[in-house]
Design a protein around this ligand. Structure first.
Ligand SMILES: [Zn+2]
Ligand SMILES: [Zn+2]
Length: 152
């Protein structure tokens, strides 16, 4: 971690959307294998970083597409209207926590994944990392005290 900058930045393909946050404000990081993430990313999973909205500086206007998530909450997926990159999403029910798509980070070499979500719908061609904690479905973020404490 010695060479890791404290301010992390990321962007969409075309650069219309940019964001930055302090690495110390990262709450946790997860691989989500739910059907919605598979569809919206076009791959086996989405790797997402939980960061409180207030700790993220945004540049550019995301367009949001809302779906009723696999767990019943409403997930709003933010993407760049110009290039289509998915950058940030959040649950309408917990709007103060943003989920940053790890692939949009300029440098993600420092990133460690805490757990897997929705391993029930993971595919053999993109199987969950079994060296970390796994949840068959949604880990119920409302009851996750660490997440809540770091988000206010
Ligand atoms: Zn873009
Ligand atoms: Zn998901």
């Amino acid at each position: 971690m010695n060479n890791t900058a404290s301010i992390q930045t990321g962007r969409c393909q075309c650069g219309n959307i940019k964001y930055s946050f302090d690495i110390t404000s990262l709450i946790s990081a997860h691989n989500c294998h739910c059907k919605d993430c598979q569809r919206s990313t076009g791959s086996g999973k989405a790797t997402i970083l939980f960061v409180a909205k207030k700790n993220i500086t945004m540049e550019g206007q995301l367009k949001f597409y809302e779906v009723k998530g696999s767990s019943g909450s409403h997930v709003r997926r933010g993407f760049c209207e110009n290039c289509g990159s998915g950058v940030i999403s959040y649950a309408k029910e917990i709007p103060h926590i943003y989920y940053i798509k790890a692939g949009t980070l300029e440098d993600s070499s420092w990133l460690k994944i805490d757990s897997n979500f929705f391993t029930d719908s993971a595919h053999d061609w993109n199987s969950p990392d079994d060296s970390i904690k796994s949840y068959q479905g949604n880990p119920s973020m409302i009851s996750n005290i660490k997440t809540l404490l770091k988000s206010f």
